[in-house]
Design a protein around this ligand. Structure first.
Ligand code: HEM
Length: 417
């Protein structure tokens, strides 16, 4: 067993990577743009890589390893699921809060047995039946966005379309004003994008979101509504009402998880069609393959990685993990493993066998997968129905974001009705 001390890691952020097996950098620009060649190299050379960057971490690249690790709760704990660890001041604050109130963002930051009752509280909001009730709202929204831009002949598929849909849909579900979608998007970016490497931003947006939901709770205290916030306020776990801290934590998670992930998936999917004429023509000609195409795009462009903390010594293959270390749940790399997927680095729109784990696996599997699939289906269906032809104007101008969530942040397109 290794006697490495995880607190003894030297910061090497910003230095070029010479050896991905021992010094990988999830924030490296080239890696964010196209991580697949690194995963391919690592699978042959060192399938579970290690780094001392960003607080140190392990990085599995094989499907079976990622699945096994995702199922190793609570030895691999979700207490701190951020890929880039919080700054020391924030860590102190979180430790104190968790001691006083319990998990910060349940269920994602909770381990068994605390995890299950929170998951059970939110799953009904995203059941297939519940999600169908949000379809008409999503379709209207997608059509309105296209109405706004179609006459101009150009549209940024990431900014003007993909980014606009998930914040309004999740706001509608939570029971907050969809008209404030731009604020919700800014806050989410403040946490997931900017906040990864800027501790002050992370703290500022965290405070904004928590204060906002505290206000929403006060408004409902004497006048409950038919919305998720009121349902959470009325809910009980082990015979006790949830504290405000927990209601805020769940709403915070739903807001952030509902926005960045799905926006990234819709954006990457449209970027794909805008840069791959054959696939674009095929979807116009065979719209019936859309559901299979959505699964394939989820596999190929899997946007989400999460982290785990090692609580007890554990070994996977050659990797001896010691308490305190971080492990990156590399679902995107698992989805490109050639042992599981035929032609893994190609998009095959009608791929028949596709056991992707873009939504994770095990107890923390995504609670919003039905919603994400519905939003992707509607966004692509409406886009292909309304837009006669389109293409990315300058593929090199496309900007990707990475770390916790990988997705297209700007994708200017030429469009024709
Ligand atoms: C394409 C879009 C999405 C992708 C790829 C995605 C991916 C994921 C992944 C990989 C996890 C597992 C994390 C882990 O194992 O630690 C997860 C968890 C979660 N996701 Fe999603 N997600 C998406 C959309 C959504 C949406 C729309 C919601 C709705 C609010 C949502 C809510 C959640 C929640 C609440 C969890 C935590 C579940 C738990 O801890 O038990 N996600 N998601």
């Amino acid at each position: 067993m290794s006697d490495r001390d995880p607190s003894d890691m030297s910061p090497r952020e910003g230095c070029p990577v010479h050896d991905w097996a021992t010094d990988f950098d999830v924030m490296d620009e080239g890696y964010i743009k196209d991580p697949a060649p690194v995963w391919e190299e690592l699978r042959d050379k060192c399938p579970i890589a290690h780094t001392t960057r960003w607080g140190g971490a392990w990085l599995p690249t094989k499907y079976d390893d990622v699945r096994e690790m995702a199922r190793a709760a609570p030895t691999l704990s979700n207490r701190s699921p951020g890929v880039i660890p919080p700054a020391p001041e924030m860590r102190e604050l979180l430790i104190a809060e968790v001691k006083e109130f319990g998990s910060e963002l349940p269920p994602i930051s909770a381990d068994p047995p605390e995890h299950k009752p929170y998951k059970q509280l939110i799953l009904p909001l995203f059941s297939p039946k519940a999600v169908e009730e949000y379809r008409a709202f999503t379709e209207n929204l997608a059509n309105e966005l296209i109405d706004k831009h179609i006459a101009s002949g150009k549209m940024d598929a990431a900014v003007d379309y993909a980014q606009q849909i998930p914040p309004r849909v999740i706001a509608y579900i939570i029971g907050i004003d969809p008209g404030r979608a731009d604020d919700f998007t800014d806050w989410t970016r403040g946490i997931i994008e900017l906040g990864q490497t800027d501790p002050e931003a992370r703290m500022k947006y965290r405070r904004l979101i928590r204060d906002f939901f505290q206000e929403m709770i006060e408004e409902r205290r004497d006048n409950p509504r038919d919305d998720a916030i009121s349902k959470l306020m009325a809910a009980e776990i082990n015979g006790e009402k949830l504290s405000d801290y927990s209601v805020i934590g769940v709403c915070f998670l739903l807001l952030v998880a509902g926005i960045d992930t799905t926006w990234s998936s819709i954006g990457s999917a449209l970027w794909h069609f805008g840069t791959h004429e054959d696939d674009r023509k095929r979807l116009y000609a065979e719209p019936e393959i859309l559901p299979t195409a959505v699964e394939e795009l989820l596999r190929y462009y899997s946007p989400v990685v999460m982290a785990r903390r090692v609580l007890d010594p554990i070994k996977f293959g050659e990797a001896d993990m010691v308490p305190g270390e971080k492990v990156i749940m590399n679902f995107p790399a698992a989805n490109r493993d050639p042992d599981v997927f035929d032609r893994p680095d190609e998009v095959v729109l009608d791929r028949e066998r596709n056991r992707h784990i873009a939504f994770g696996v095990g107890i923390h599997r995504c609670a919003g997968s039905n919603l994400a699939r519905m939003e992707m289906d509607v966004a692509l269906r409406v886009w292909f129905n309304r837009i006669g032809e389109f293409e990315v104007t300058d593929p090199d101008a496309v900007r990707w974001t990475g770390g916790q969530v990988r997705g297209v942040r700007t994708a200017p397109m030429r469009i024709k009705a």
